[in-house]
Ligand binder design. Sequence first.
Ligand code: TYD
Ligand code: MG
Length: 472
Amino acid sequence: MAKATTAYVCQECGASTAQWSGKCPGCLAWNTLAEEVTSKSGPEKPSAGGKVVALQTLDAEVPDAPRISSGLAELDRVIGGGLVPGSAILVGGDPGIGKSTLLLQAAAALANSGQTAIYFSGEEATAQVRLRAERLGIASAPVGLGAETGLAHILKTLGERKPAPDLVIIDSIQTLWSDQLESAPGTVSQVRACAQTLVRYAKRSGAAIVLVGHVTKDGQIAGPRVLEHMVDTVLYFEGDRGHQFRILRAVKNRFGPTDEIGVFEMTDRGLSEVANPSALFLAERADDVSGSCVFAGMEGSRPMLVEIQALLAPTSYATPRRSVVGWDSGRLAMTLAVLETRAGISLGADDVYLNVAGGLRINEPAADLAVAAALISAHTGAPVPMETVIFGEIGLSGEVRAVAHADQRLKEAAKLGFTSAIAPRNKRAKGAKNRKNSGIEMREISRLADLADSFQTPGKVSRLSNGAARHG
Ligand code: TYD
Ligand code: MG
């Protein structure tokens, strides 16, 4: 067998040296050399014991990947219907967001349904994990628990288990260390080497493996995304520490869609699944205030209603402030510009604060129209009617563009008791009949300039004309 040696490889340019130094001799970048294990045998030659691979065709019957339910419906939904045996999942998230809690609950649910689950904790002692399990009410679940950080010990333990466990959880990958490398646990080379070995174990044994990874300050898992390409599925667990709910989001999935989210609520007895997130996000909505409206959004295949709030205040700066939470500030700037140029509503003398209530982050352009409505409502002082939802994309020429999944958005709105919707005109609609069926009165608009009229009751218009005059 080839002898293993270590080399220091620049993570930027790939240059390799035998000795560590602070500066890469190749590209002169600082602090980019990372230790890697290499074998001395050199490049493979054609005769070096290779075998001929029997090539296949693309069209053949493919059985669906078998799935094991994790016991948490929201987790199953995000990974595409359950754990795939032999696959590797990376769960990333800020420290303290609830990754350990989520996975311990999943392990317990799985173990309770007769599968085998092993949980290796490198961050907490067994007593701590037990305490948590007790608090979560799952202490009786037959989960195999180990407090270990040595990769060799973990592999040995797993190797002894015949048959292989159904689920192995490593919490967290940053605490593991392999004695093949000299660098400290948590360094890029250690994290990568340990993950590679564990992924190989998963493929070989058929166990599904979950690696927990802490996210660094700039939002990456353990350094320069070193793990994401190695695993089959990458999930991010996110949420605002100030809010109770947590969102599990798939950002890569070899076995399913990547735009699904799962919603959980952090309670004093652990994470509970939220089957109807819209109700949660709208729970604290105030009656008839201006500057607020409800956006009928989509997260993956799931419709989600959220409240969008806007606040205007006369600016005391030369350049007015634009502050956004939960939406893209570039899109806000665009919406403000289109409002001014195409609809004659100028907010140039106001500081603008925009907030997606509840702490959710929206990425859809379909929220444009709802943002514009919140801004107009804040500007005129006329509230958007409580029972109205809004969605639609705004183009630069002031047109309101159709968005996907209109029917699903409307259905969700109807389910939550909304009775009207301001939405783009659907040119391809087979008939307005469909929409009336969902019990929603449609106010279809095709131009942004019509938006203000579509929710203002005559007589209530107060600041609009003044405002336009003031800024014009
Ligand atoms: P944890 O799962 O340890 O986070 P991570 O593994 O991502 O670092 O979650 C820690 C937080 O969750 C902690 O601040 C307390 C809170 N928590 C609850 O609110 N209720 C609970 O039942 C548990 C177990 C934790
Ligand atoms: Mg943890």
